[in-house]
Design a protein around this ligand. Structure first.
Ligand code: ADP
Ligand code: MG
Length: 689
């Protein structure tokens, strides 16, 4: 309120709708774009492909044109070099009262060519004589929340305020980065950067300013993450697992159904090194769909078991948990190990028996869903926790698993699909990373094609062909939320159609609204080969493994994100046969969707797809990132675009931690102090302790 131009009512709107409470908040409310207003054009210079332009001249007359919904107010405007029509579709009265004829104005907007003349619709108009704002330089544009707009606020409102703020010069922005960092990285100082973000002298200056602020922002995130990781390393003693014992070796020599890929061997070694180091393992295992993470998980569990520990693996769905249980039991065969299941549907006597087995230490491997993290599930000696397909779990849920033993267990997080590097560095920045960058041998790349829905008959022909060869087929319908009635109808209709088209086939149907037991029975029928087609929603998205299935048909593929499409596609191509993924869409597609589908048809590489996905959607929308909160509330940086800066910020933070491990060097005092002020250390990531 002490800033010129802010009265009580404006202060209220600012505070309620934009979160601006203080002058400092205002200064950090950066514009989302600038428009170069350094040049005034002449009317005869205009062309239809020009972006925004400004003209200086007078309004000759006002006129109402058109009728009904097309009615508009037109002002004939001239600068002496030609006439341009200024057009308004609403607010006619207000406009006519606001602007005088034969008065000099600066008009600003995008020219379009229409009816033999240039038009500017809803132009910005300023009195040429009172132009004191940034009009003659780079003009800032601020994004204004809808609600604030309804209460009369515009970009111009904020512009006037920031203009006053920086002219009054009553506020300073102290440096937050150590001088040595500013120096070495040739950064703009903070005060200048903040100013420049609003009122740059040139595009070049602007990019230097934003570079500096991005680096600062990302640096403090990394300093927080790496600081916590280091503390944890020093303070938390891991459960030592020095032995490679009989179970592991027996499995390796006698029971391994195939030879491990080089990448599988490498990551198992990395984890073994962690577990015997005396420190707590905190590792992220990244691998593409079908790269064989499950087997790695089992072998790492055997390592822990050989050291007298219990293990558990937590999956995001019941279907997947049950599948893991079956896989593990089958793979272990007659080895003397007890593997049990704990999910929401394990109740009564069964549940009691499992809980007893856990607390007595008789159960070696517990497979389950988030039912595992409930209170009352107690282990005798839990030594290793594996979280499969992590993106389904929140950070807080992760934390609860840590507490299941006095000494925190080793932790392995496995991802369903690869995550882009910059995202991994932020979201899982405190974890060591292992990557399986090799698929098991003999896999034929999945052939992916795009079909419009009016060609569905040819898709059915393809299905018929594959089933005749003894293969099985998935048909997936989108179900964005489990309660969405429309999608359910799609699925039911699709099921009926398929029953009609293929009267001789047996067809299973699975969706999230079914009882768990029914769901399970249907999955079982498909997995055993009793049914040829499985019609389902995305409940089968993650992890389901039926190697005989060779066709994945995805209906309404336009409604899925890239990561999801890739994950679904990963359900086929698991056996030795050539597999197919058919993306069925409607005919009209947005350019972005078309691009998405194209990427799917061009590559099978999950790492490539993850990068593309991040670029398309931005980190905030990526699956599973919603719950991660603070990590993505970035003011200036953008994880999709600023990968290199993330990298540099991380390296810089690492150097600071290495050079000043005790946080006592005057050189970095500023950094530690600012980190503490941000309160970032101790949020989110510390929960992992
Ligand atoms: P994901 O990494 O997606 O979880 P899975 O662990 O489900 O992949 O493995 C996919 C398939 O590959 C499974 O059928 C599994 O048995 C098989 N598999 C895993 N490792 C190998 C290997 N080294 N050689 C051959 N097949 C393998
Ligand atoms: Mg898996």
């Amino acid at each position: 309120m002490y800033l010129t131009g802010v009265g009580p009512s404006r202060a209220k709107v600012l505070k309620e709708e934009t979160g601006i409470h203080t002058v400092g908040d205002l200064a950090l409310y950066f514009p989302f774009k600038h428009i170069d207003r350094t040049r005034i054009y002449y009317a005869h210079e205009l062309t239809a492909d020009m972006p925004f332009v400004q003209l200086r001249g007078r309004i000759l007359s006002f006129e109402q044109e058109g009728k009904g919904r097309k009615q508009r107010l037109v002002a004939h405007f001239t600068d002496g070099h030609g006439v341009v029509d200024l057009v308004w579709f609403n607010g006619h009265k207000y406009v006519q009262n606001s602007y005088k004829l034969e008065h000099e104005y600066i008009v600003f907007g995008k020219p379009t060519y229409f009816n033999g003349r240039f038009n500017i619709t809803h132009p910005d108009i300023d009195d040429a004589s009172t132009l004191t704002l940034s009009t003659m330089g780079m003009q800032p544009f601020y994004s204004i929340p809808e609600k604030a707009k309804k209460r009369g606020m515009t970009s111009r409102t904020i512009e006037r305020l920031t203009n006053t703020l920086f002219r009054q010069n009553s506020i300073s922005f102290p440096e937050t980065l150590a001088e040595s960092i500013v120096h070495r990285l040739l950064l703009m100082d903070r005060e200048q950067a903040v100013r420049t973000m609003h009122y740059p002298e040139s595009a070049d200056q602007l990019s230097r300013a934003s570079y500096r602020l991005k680096l600062e922002e990302l640096f403090y995130i990394q300093l927080g993450i790496l600081g916590v990781a280091k503390k944890r390393q020093e303070e938390v003693h891991g459960i030592p697992c020095p032995r490679v014992g009989t179970h592991f070796l027996r499995f390796f020599h006698d029971r391994l159904p195939f030879t491990l890929t080089g990448a599988q061997k490498r990551v198992i070694k990395e984890m073994q090194a962690d577990m015997k180091s005396g420190r707590q393992m905190n590792r992220l295992l990244q691998g593409d769909v079908g790269s064989g993470k499950t087997l790695v998980a089992l072998m790492v569990m055997l390592l822990a078991i050989d050291n007298g520990l219990q293990t558990c693996i937590m999956a995001p769905t019941e279907i997947l948990a049950e599948q893991h249980l079956a896989t593990f039991r089958k793979m272990l065969g007659d080895m003397p190990l007890r593997v049990e299941l704990l999910t929401g549907i394990v109740k009564g006597k069964k549940r009691k028996a499992v809980l007893e087995g856990l607390s007595s230490g008789e159960i070696h491997i517990l497979v389950g869903t988030h039912a595992i993290i409930e209170d009352g599930v107690e282990f005798k000696n839990l030594g290793l926790v594996i979280i499969d397909e992590q993106h389904r779990f929140g950070v807080a849920q992760r934390a609860r698993l840590w507490k299941k033993n006095v000494v925190p267990p080793h932790v392995l997080v496995m991802t369903a699909t690869p995550i882009p590097r910059t995202l991994a560095m932020t979201l899982y920045g405190d974890l060591e990373v292992s990557i399986i960058d090799e698929l098991p041998p003999g896999r034929k790349p999945i052939t992916t094609v795009h079909r419009y829905e009016n060609r569905i008959m040819s898709v059915y022909d393809g299905i018929r062909h594959e089933v005749a060869l003894g293969r099985q087929v998935y048909v997936v319908y989108p179900l964005i939320t489990e309660s969405e009635k429309l999608s359910l109808k799609n699925l039911e209709e699709g099921y009926d159609t398929l029953c009609q088209v293929f009267p001789d086939y047996k067809i299973s149907k699975v969706h999230g609204r079914m009882k768990a037991a029914d769901k399970d029975a249907e999955m079982q029928r498909f997995a055993s080969g009793e049914t040829q087609i499985l019609v389902s929603t995305t409940v089968i998205e993650v992890g389901v493994n039926v190697p005989n299935a060779s066709v994945m048909v995805i209906e309404n593929a336009e409604r899925f994100g890239l990561a999801q499409l890739h994950q679904l596609r990963g359900r086929v191509g698991r056996g030795a046969e050539q597999s197919y993924c058919i993306l069925v869409t409607k005919y009209e597609l947005s350019a972005e969707t078309r691009k998405r589908i194209q990427i799917m048809t061009e590559t099978n590489d999950g790492f490539e797809i993850a990068e593309a996905d991040l670029k398309f959607r931005g980190p905030g929308d990526l699956e599973g990132t919603a719950q991660s909160g603070t990590a993505f509330e970035l003011r200036v940086a953008n994880l999709a675009r600023d990968g290199q800066i993330v990298q540099l910020a991380r390296e810089t933070a690492r150097e600071v931690i290495e050079q000043d491990p005790l946080r006592q060097s005057p050189c970095y005092a500023l950094c530690w102090q600012h980190l503490a002020e941000l309160g970032r250390e101790g949020q989110d990531w510390s929960l992992i302790l």
